[in-house]
Design a protein around this ligand. Structure first.
Ligand SMILES: CC(C)(COP(=O)(O)OP(=O)(O)OC[C@H]1O[C@@H](n2cnc3c(N)ncnc32)[C@H](O)[C@@H]1OP(=O)(O)O)[C@@H](O)C(=O)NCCC(=O)NCCS
Length: 150
Protein backbone atom coordinates (compact mmCIF):
# COMPACT_ATOMS: atom_id res chain seq x y z
CA UNK A 1 0.00 0.00 0.00
CA UNK A 2 1.72 3.17 -1.26
CA UNK A 3 0.95 6.57 0.26
CA UNK A 4 2.45 10.02 -0.28
CA UNK A 5 3.06 11.98 2.88
CA UNK A 6 4.21 15.51 3.59
CA UNK A 7 7.77 16.15 4.64
CA UNK A 8 7.70 17.23 8.27
CA UNK A 9 10.02 17.79 11.22
CA UNK A 10 9.49 14.12 12.05
CA UNK A 11 10.53 12.57 8.73
CA UNK A 12 12.88 14.92 6.87
CA UNK A 13 16.01 13.26 8.21
CA UNK A 14 14.81 9.84 7.06
CA UNK A 15 14.11 11.40 3.66
CA UNK A 16 17.64 12.72 3.17
CA UNK A 17 19.01 9.33 4.24
CA UNK A 18 17.34 7.56 1.30
CA UNK A 19 19.86 6.43 -1.33
CA UNK A 20 19.81 5.31 -4.95
CA UNK A 21 22.01 2.47 -6.25
CA UNK A 22 25.67 3.14 -7.10
CA UNK A 23 25.72 4.42 -10.69
CA UNK A 24 22.26 6.03 -10.45
CA UNK A 25 23.41 9.21 -8.68
CA UNK A 26 23.56 11.27 -11.88
CA UNK A 27 19.94 10.41 -12.75
CA UNK A 28 18.37 12.33 -9.87
CA UNK A 29 19.35 15.16 -7.52
CA UNK A 30 19.92 14.19 -3.91
CA UNK A 31 16.93 14.48 -1.61
CA UNK A 32 18.88 17.02 0.43
CA UNK A 33 19.19 19.20 -2.69
CA UNK A 34 15.50 18.73 -3.54
CA UNK A 35 14.34 19.69 -0.05
CA UNK A 36 16.55 22.79 -0.17
CA UNK A 37 15.04 23.67 -3.56
CA UNK A 38 11.51 23.20 -2.24
CA UNK A 39 12.39 25.52 0.65
CA UNK A 40 12.99 28.43 -1.72
CA UNK A 41 10.60 27.49 -4.56
CA UNK A 42 7.17 27.10 -2.94
CA UNK A 43 5.65 25.79 -6.19
CA UNK A 44 7.72 22.59 -5.72
CA UNK A 45 5.85 19.98 -3.68
CA UNK A 46 8.13 17.38 -2.04
CA UNK A 47 6.48 14.20 -0.73
CA UNK A 48 7.82 11.17 1.04
CA UNK A 49 6.73 7.82 -0.39
CA UNK A 50 5.64 5.21 2.15
CA UNK A 51 4.93 1.54 1.71
CA UNK A 52 2.67 0.91 4.68
CA UNK A 53 4.60 2.74 7.43
CA UNK A 54 8.09 2.49 5.91
CA UNK A 55 9.54 5.40 3.94
CA UNK A 56 10.81 3.90 0.69
CA UNK A 57 11.22 6.84 -1.66
CA UNK A 58 10.75 10.46 -2.58
CA UNK A 59 8.90 12.39 -5.26
CA UNK A 60 8.61 16.08 -6.11
CA UNK A 61 6.18 17.74 -8.50
CA UNK A 62 4.75 21.11 -9.42
CA UNK A 63 1.87 22.51 -11.40
CA UNK A 64 2.90 24.59 -14.40
CA UNK A 65 0.26 27.26 -15.04
CA UNK A 66 1.95 28.10 -18.36
CA UNK A 67 0.93 24.82 -20.03
CA UNK A 68 -1.65 23.56 -17.54
CA UNK A 69 0.27 20.35 -16.83
CA UNK A 70 1.74 18.77 -13.76
CA UNK A 71 5.49 18.19 -13.86
CA UNK A 72 7.04 15.35 -11.93
CA UNK A 73 10.69 16.23 -11.78
CA UNK A 74 12.05 14.02 -9.01
CA UNK A 75 11.36 10.38 -8.31
CA UNK A 76 13.55 7.95 -6.47
CA UNK A 77 13.09 4.63 -4.71
CA UNK A 78 15.64 3.73 -2.06
CA UNK A 79 18.16 1.14 -3.22
CA UNK A 80 16.86 -1.44 -0.72
CA UNK A 81 13.37 -1.33 -2.21
CA UNK A 82 14.02 -1.13 -5.96
CA UNK A 83 12.93 -3.81 -8.43
CA UNK A 84 9.80 -4.85 -6.53
CA UNK A 85 7.21 -2.84 -8.44
CA UNK A 86 7.24 0.02 -5.92
CA UNK A 87 8.45 2.65 -8.43
CA UNK A 88 5.57 1.80 -10.71
CA UNK A 89 3.10 1.80 -7.81
CA UNK A 90 4.44 5.18 -6.66
CA UNK A 91 4.02 6.68 -10.11
CA UNK A 92 0.46 5.38 -10.41
CA UNK A 93 -0.49 6.63 -6.94
CA UNK A 94 1.02 10.05 -7.71
CA UNK A 95 -0.86 10.34 -11.00
CA UNK A 96 -4.09 9.32 -9.23
CA UNK A 97 -3.51 11.99 -6.59
CA UNK A 98 -2.61 14.71 -9.11
CA UNK A 99 -5.70 13.91 -11.17
CA UNK A 100 -7.85 14.33 -8.08
CA UNK A 101 -6.46 17.86 -7.72
CA UNK A 102 -6.84 18.79 -11.41
CA UNK A 103 -8.74 16.28 -13.55
CA UNK A 104 -8.05 18.17 -16.80
CA UNK A 105 -4.29 18.37 -16.42
CA UNK A 106 -1.78 16.11 -18.14
CA UNK A 107 1.45 15.00 -16.50
CA UNK A 108 4.93 15.59 -17.85
CA UNK A 109 8.10 14.02 -16.63
CA UNK A 110 11.77 14.49 -17.45
CA UNK A 111 14.58 11.98 -17.49
CA UNK A 112 18.25 11.74 -18.27
CA UNK A 113 18.61 10.42 -21.85
CA UNK A 114 20.62 7.39 -20.57
CA UNK A 115 18.12 6.42 -17.88
CA UNK A 116 16.69 3.32 -19.58
CA UNK A 117 15.23 1.95 -16.35
CA UNK A 118 13.09 5.05 -15.77
CA UNK A 119 12.22 5.26 -19.48
CA UNK A 120 10.85 1.69 -19.44
CA UNK A 121 8.87 2.48 -16.33
CA UNK A 122 7.33 5.66 -17.80
CA UNK A 123 6.57 4.17 -21.22
CA UNK A 124 5.07 1.12 -19.52
CA UNK A 125 2.66 3.32 -17.58
CA UNK A 126 1.58 5.14 -20.76
CA UNK A 127 3.82 8.20 -21.01
CA UNK A 128 4.75 9.15 -24.57
CA UNK A 129 8.01 10.51 -25.94
CA UNK A 130 7.64 14.17 -26.93
CA UNK A 131 10.96 14.52 -28.75
CA UNK A 132 11.75 17.63 -26.72
CA UNK A 133 14.61 18.13 -24.34
CA UNK A 134 14.72 20.58 -21.41
CA UNK A 135 17.98 21.31 -19.60
CA UNK A 136 19.52 18.19 -21.16
CA UNK A 137 16.66 15.90 -20.07
CA UNK A 138 14.10 14.16 -22.30
CA UNK A 139 10.48 15.15 -21.76
CA UNK A 140 7.78 12.46 -21.72
CA UNK A 141 4.13 13.27 -21.30
CA UNK A 142 0.90 11.59 -20.28
CA UNK A 143 -2.12 13.38 -21.72
CA UNK A 144 -5.06 13.95 -19.36
CA UNK A 145 -7.26 11.50 -21.30
CA UNK A 146 -4.63 8.74 -20.88
CA UNK A 147 -4.16 9.54 -17.19
CA UNK A 148 -7.91 9.14 -16.72
CA UNK A 149 -7.70 5.50 -17.83
CA UNK A 150 -5.02 4.43 -15.33
C1 LIG B 1 13.57 4.40 -11.73
C2 LIG B 1 13.14 3.87 -10.37
C3 LIG B 1 12.27 4.93 -9.67
C4 LIG B 1 12.31 2.59 -10.59
O1 LIG B 1 11.86 2.14 -9.35
P1 LIG B 1 11.70 0.56 -9.07
O2 LIG B 1 10.92 0.41 -7.81
O3 LIG B 1 13.01 -0.11 -9.13
O4 LIG B 1 10.84 0.10 -10.34
P2 LIG B 1 9.78 -1.07 -10.42
O5 LIG B 1 10.28 -2.25 -9.64
O6 LIG B 1 8.43 -0.55 -10.07
O7 LIG B 1 9.84 -1.44 -11.96
C5 LIG B 1 9.07 -0.66 -12.86
C6 LIG B 1 9.62 -0.81 -14.25
O8 LIG B 1 10.90 -0.17 -14.30
C7 LIG B 1 11.72 -0.88 -15.21
N1 LIG B 1 12.83 -1.45 -14.45
C8 LIG B 1 12.93 -1.63 -13.11
N2 LIG B 1 14.12 -2.16 -12.79
C9 LIG B 1 14.79 -2.30 -13.97
C10 LIG B 1 16.09 -2.75 -14.32
N3 LIG B 1 16.97 -3.18 -13.40
N4 LIG B 1 16.44 -2.73 -15.62
C11 LIG B 1 15.59 -2.28 -16.56
N5 LIG B 1 14.34 -1.84 -16.30
C12 LIG B 1 13.96 -1.85 -15.03
C13 LIG B 1 10.87 -1.96 -15.81
O9 LIG B 1 10.19 -1.46 -16.94
C14 LIG B 1 9.87 -2.23 -14.71
O10 LIG B 1 8.69 -2.76 -15.18
P3 LIG B 1 8.58 -4.38 -15.35
O11 LIG B 1 8.91 -4.94 -14.00
O12 LIG B 1 7.16 -4.55 -15.76
O13 LIG B 1 9.58 -4.73 -16.41
C15 LIG B 1 14.35 3.50 -9.46
O14 LIG B 1 15.16 2.58 -10.19
C16 LIG B 1 15.19 4.67 -9.03
O15 LIG B 1 14.93 5.28 -7.99
N6 LIG B 1 16.26 4.98 -9.81
C17 LIG B 1 17.20 6.03 -9.45
C18 LIG B 1 16.60 7.41 -9.57
C19 LIG B 1 16.00 7.63 -10.95
O16 LIG B 1 16.55 7.27 -11.97
N7 LIG B 1 14.82 8.29 -10.93
C20 LIG B 1 14.13 8.65 -12.12
C21 LIG B 1 14.47 10.06 -12.44
S1 LIG B 1 13.66 10.55 -13.93
Amino acid sequence: MITLRDITADNWLACIDLEVMPGQEHFVASNLYSLAQAGVQPECVPRAVYCDDTMIGFIMYEFDPANGDWWIFRLMIDRSYQGRGLGRATLLETIRYLRQQRPDAGVSITLHPDNEQARRLYLGVGFEETGTRVAGEDVLSLPARAAAQL
